[in-house]
Design a protein around this ligand. Structure first.
Ligand code: NAP
Length: 529
């Protein structure tokens, strides 16, 4: 079976590797001259490619971002500057001999159903390299072209921008803070880009204002007791807790937790509504930069004037020299027919955010489009493991009506239990990973492990849900998975515990662990009733 993989970023590399694992003949097409996608930083901005700013550091820790059979080297920092992340991807490509299957400098121009698609499921794929077009026939296509390269700059939403005489640009064009030196800067949009850029700008600018219409929870990479936020937040125990509590209670718990660092309301950051949950902003500096007056938070922009900006519900105009629109990105697939994958208002008509629901044959899959509250790499990899088995006919998709019903269900506005996320492209990380893993028989059974390997069961239930858990069983089982889980904290601590001390930490389990243990025991008792 011949599979085309579009893009050699993190998702594309995982897709390619999973194809090879399943014995599929895969070819990966990458339009630029190197692998790495988003994580390959370049000084210049290249058309059709994502563009990072020089200081970007990953928002998810290395243990939680690793592919499931390839842990990060122990000496890599816990959160990764772009160069280290790229290095990891290069090592992954080398370890699994992916390069020989990648055609660099080759743009996928179009992907169209063949006339006999209803029976063959095949695709006509046209590529272009060095001005020459080539036609290919593929049995299946995996779309991994990323969704952070097409900037969303809705100027119509900002009345008066045409009158504004200062400079303005989208965050995709931002590289270094020098451009802000001595200027009065307005940053529009409080996503991760907006906050990172505001913080950097405030070190050289005269004044920095960050405008947010909705507000957001801001959390630090350095979480409870200095552990990475995602290794604390994304445990099975915590996921069970937040998803089984009644909605208001789950939201209250989150709100209580995130306000422990600083009270968001006092810093003008309180999210507009307590639900649905919006992607949190990961930033270690913002609160201290607000409290020291380097950054001022303002409401959404009402209109621009010649040299200033007016905010909603705010009496004073703000003089501004330079505006950075950190208004996010569109998910775009220029090589597909619009009807094949449609993303409107961030709603995609994709079963489990992967398979178009309306195709007669499941031979087209979109990877890495979903946004979860966790690292994208294990998610894209899990999707790829499932997709390759669907392509091979070893896993079946439900009937079209059931898939469409599932997509519709996502747009309902409230849930009784657990958290409801603000866009359909968001979901609880562990819930999603478990669901896809269960399709291929790779979801670990904590209950079964409790009897065969209780120590591992406890680590899996209370510890961070690292992706190695999904290599303990099922297709693609990896012998190193157990050891990788057992040593996950060692790899995390290695780059920070660089000075030995004689003081050891408390041998007593925390209250949370004791409570969790009782909960697990109760679950076992119920399971056997
Ligand atoms: P984003 O998360 O999509 O945020 C865009 C923000 O722009 C919105 O939250 C909103 O902010 C504002 N906005 C959007 N449309 C608007 C409109 N019509 N009018 C006014 N404001 C509008 O975009 P991003 O910050 O560029 O991030 C993109 C992705 O990259 C995210 O998943 C993010 O986590 C990721 N990222 C990661 C890192 C990292 O790993 N270090 C760094 C940067 C980005 P308000 O509601 O506040 O107004």
């Amino acid at each position: 079976m011949r599979v085309a993989v579009v893009g050699a970023g993190a998702s594309g590399l995982a897709a390619l590797k999973c194809c090879l694992d399943e014995g599929l003949a895969a070819t990966c097409f990458e339009r630029s001259q190197d692998i790495g996608g988003l994580w390959r930083y370049t000084e210049s901005i290249e058309e059709g490619r994502p563009s990072l700013y020089a200081s970007v550091v990953s928002n998810t820790s290395k243990e939680m971002s690793a592919f499931s059979d390839f842990p990060y080297p122990e000496d890599f920092p816990v959160f990764l500057p772009h160069a280290r992340l790229l290095e990891y991807l290069r090592r992954y490509a080398e370890r699994f001999a992916l390069r020989q299957h990648i055609q660099l400098g080759t743009t996928v121009v179009s992907v169209r159903k063949r006339p006999d698609f209803a029976t063959s499921g095949q695709w006509d794929v046209v590529t272009e390299a060095g001005g020459t077009r080539t036609s290919h026939v593929f049995d299946a296509v995996m779309v991994c072209n990323g969704n952070f390269w097409d900037p969303s700059l809705p100027l119509h939403a900002f009345p008066g921008i045409e009158k504004f005489q200062g400079q303005y640009f989208h965050s995709r064009q931002y590289k270094h803070p020098d451009v802000f030196r001595g200027k009065r800067v307005l940053v529009v949009g409080m996503g991760n880009s907006g906050v990172d850029i505001a913080v950097e700008a405030s070190r050289v600018a005269t004044k920095v204002t960050l405008s947010t219409s909705r507000g957001a929870w801001v959390i630090s990479r350095v979480f409870d007791h200095g552990y990475p936020w995602d290794m604390v937040f994304n445990t099975r125990f915590m996921s069970l807790l937040r998803n089984s509590l009644p909605g208001p209670l789950a939201r209250g718990l989150i709100s209580h937790r995130v306000n422990r660092w600083f009270k968001h309301e006092n810093y003008g950051l309180q999210p507009e509504k307590s639900y649905p949950v919006r992607e949190p902003v990961l930033n270690d500096d913002l609160p201290s930069y607000i409290i020291t007056g380097r950054i001022t938070i303002k409401p959404g922009v009402k209109e621009f004037k010649k040299n200033s900006v007016v905010f909603y519900n705010y009496p004073e105009e703000e003089p501004v020299d330079i505006v950075v629109f950190c208004t996010g990105y569109n998910a775009t697939f220029p090589f597909l027919e619009e009807a094949d994958v449609k993303v409107e208002n961030k709603h995609a008509s994709l079963y489990k955010y992967v398979f178009p629901t309306h195709l007669q044959r499941p031979t087209l899959a979109v990877l890495g489009l979903i946004k979860t509250l966790g690292a994208i790499m294990p998610v894209a990899e899990m999707q790829a493991r499932w997709v390759t088995r669907v392509f091979k006919g070893l896993c079946q998709l439900p009937p079209r009506s059931a898939m469409e019903a599932e997509v519709m269900k996502r747009s309902k506005s409230e849930v009784w239990f657990g958290l409801f996320f603000d866009e359909v492209l968001k979901i609880d990380w562990i819930v999603y990973l478990d669901e896809i893993a269960s399709f291929i028989g790779a979801k670990p059974s904590v209950l079964a492990l409790l009897f065969s390997d209780p120590k591992l069961a406890f680590t899996i239930f209370f510890g961070p849900c690292t992706s190695y858990q999904f290599r303990l069983q099922g297709p693609g089982r990896w012998d190193g998975a157990r050891q990788a889980i057992r040593t996950q904290w060692d790899r995390m601590l290695k780059p920070t515990r660089t000075r030995a001390t004689s003081v050891s930490s408390s041998p007593w389990p925390s209250l949370l662990t004791v409570f969790g243990f009782l909960l697990l025991m109760a679950a076992v008792v119920f399971a056997f009733q």
